[in-house]
Design a binder for this molecule. Sequence first.
Ligand SMILES: Nc1ncnc2c1ncn2[C@@H]1O[C@H](COP(=O)(O)OP(=O)(O)OP(=O)(O)O)[C@@H](O)[C@H]1O
Ligand SMILES: [Mg+2]
Length: 258
Amino acid sequence: MTSIAESVSPESNVAGAGENVVSLADVRFAWNAGSAIVIDIHRLDISRGERVFVRGPSGSGKSTLLSLLGGMVTPQNGMVRVLGQNLAALGGVGRDRFRADHIGFIFQMFNLIPYLSVVENVVLPCGFSQRREKRAAKEAGSVEAEALRLLTHLDMAAPDILERRVTDLSVGQQQRVAAARALIGAPELVIADEPTSALDADRRLAFIKLLFQECEREQATLAFVSHDAGLAPLFDRAIELTAMKRTNSADKPEPESR
Ligand SMILES: Nc1ncnc2c1ncn2[C@@H]1O[C@H](COP(=O)(O)OP(=O)(O)OP(=O)(O)O)[C@@H](O)[C@H]1O
Ligand SMILES: [Mg+2]
């Protein structure tokens, strides 16, 4: 059976080298009708394999921007394209499928499933996406083997760690489980919302190196949010959200036409 994402975004249509994986045009977003505009971006293009660092003060809209890239929300104005696909055109179910197939998300609050083991948490995206299941199994022989490979890279494969409930892991360990879960099945776009906030300086660098390595293996694009400005030079490009906002950002968005 052809999945919705396969039918709207077959491999042949997926952006190739040099093409934009993310493309925002005239995007305005407010969380509620009549409330302040949080995102107001004229243009933002991110190319294949590019690693972009997003910064801005707390409340400036970093997580909101990532939610737009992941299709968790859609803008009142303008267009968000990922891999050439206009996310708003997919509808809610289509966006869920598209995200499952093409996007690995490391959430600010991890969103690990407390009653599942470490490995079960990591392989979870493969249960929602045959595409990622196939890619993960091809990589290591089975999705579980690929989960273990990623966890080993993240220094999380010790038997006593694997046997623990995820709720019994330290916050930094949970963060690494969340990273392995985002990377499994080689999604084209990896989105990370402050994935290093709970890690010490040594682990932070090691974590970023591994994240880069895994993204490079698959030519994945990385959008990474952090308060830690010291990490910015490691990336291909840094964007400052406050500076991107247009001067008319005090305006209210136009009413929804849908
Ligand atoms: N689900 C939501 N519903 C309504 N308003 C929201 C929601 N999420 C965020 N906001 C508002 O949108 C604005 C931007 O929030 P966002 O979480 O994107 O900021 P941030 O830059 O990620 O901040 P932080 O660095 O603290 O994580 C804030 O004013 C926030 O209150
Ligand atoms: Mg945030």
